[in-house]
Design a protein around this ligand. Structure first.
Ligand code: DLZ
Length: 178
């Protein structure tokens, strides 16, 4: 259940005044089993996002956190599928950082990973959070991961998002008796 809070959006990475973004309530995620699958490509950014997600999970009383790594974002959906198949998780956060280069790699991988993660959400009926940054350059990526104190660490949003979605899922799983 969400605790009372002042509604405030996560700050925009570029500091511009905006109503965009997520308000960040606190949820009680005690007892939830959360897995994080992170890519190692662009590891400075991914590690910062992972740290933000873990911090947010802990702030929601989540203590059962499993960390797994894969090489690149392309490997994330398959690894996440293996974790979900184990039945050991209430929800996952997928973390990766795609930075546009001079070839079509960015487009192909972004599309594949995005479709793959959505498929897992619907196939497994469990929250699989889309923590994949798709950035035009390194500066954008660092800003969105709070690297060097810049911008806002999106990993924090994803930690809270997975708890919120797991609680919603559990509420209706109980009603259905599944
Ligand atoms: C090959 C590649 C490239 C060019 N760029 C990225 C990137 O920006 N972010 C990322 O997570 N991974 C990248 N990769 C690696 C692919 O995700 C994948 O690991 C390889 O294509 C092997 O399947």
């Amino acid at each position: 259940m969400a605790t009372k809070r002042k509604i405030e959006n996560a700050p925009n990475p570029d500091g511009a005044k905006t109503i965009r973004g997520l308000d960040l309530p606190t949820y009680d995620g005690a007892g939830l089993r959360i897995g994080i699958v992170s890519a190692r490509w662009n590891s400075v950014v991914c590690e910062s996002l992972v740290a933000g997600a873990v911090e947010a999970l802990k702030s929601c009383n989540v203590t059962d956190i499993t960390m797994e790594y894969v090489a690149g974002s392309y490997e994330i959906p398959q690894a996440a599928q293996v974790l979900l198949q184990s039945g050991k998780f209430d929800g996952l956060i997928c973390i990766g950082c795609l930075i546009k280069g001079g070839t079509m790699h960015f487009e192909y991988i972004s599309e594949a990973v995005t479709q793959g993660i959505m498929r897992l959400n619907l196939d497994y009926k469990l929250p699989v959070i889309y923590g994949i940054l798709g950035c035009l350059n390194e500066e954008q990526a660092k800003e969105r991961a709070g690297v060097d104190g810049a911008g806002h660490n999106s990993g924090k949003d994803w930690g809270i998002t997975v708890v919120e979605s797991c609680l919603l899922t559990k509420k209706y799983q109980k009603v259905l008796g599944s």
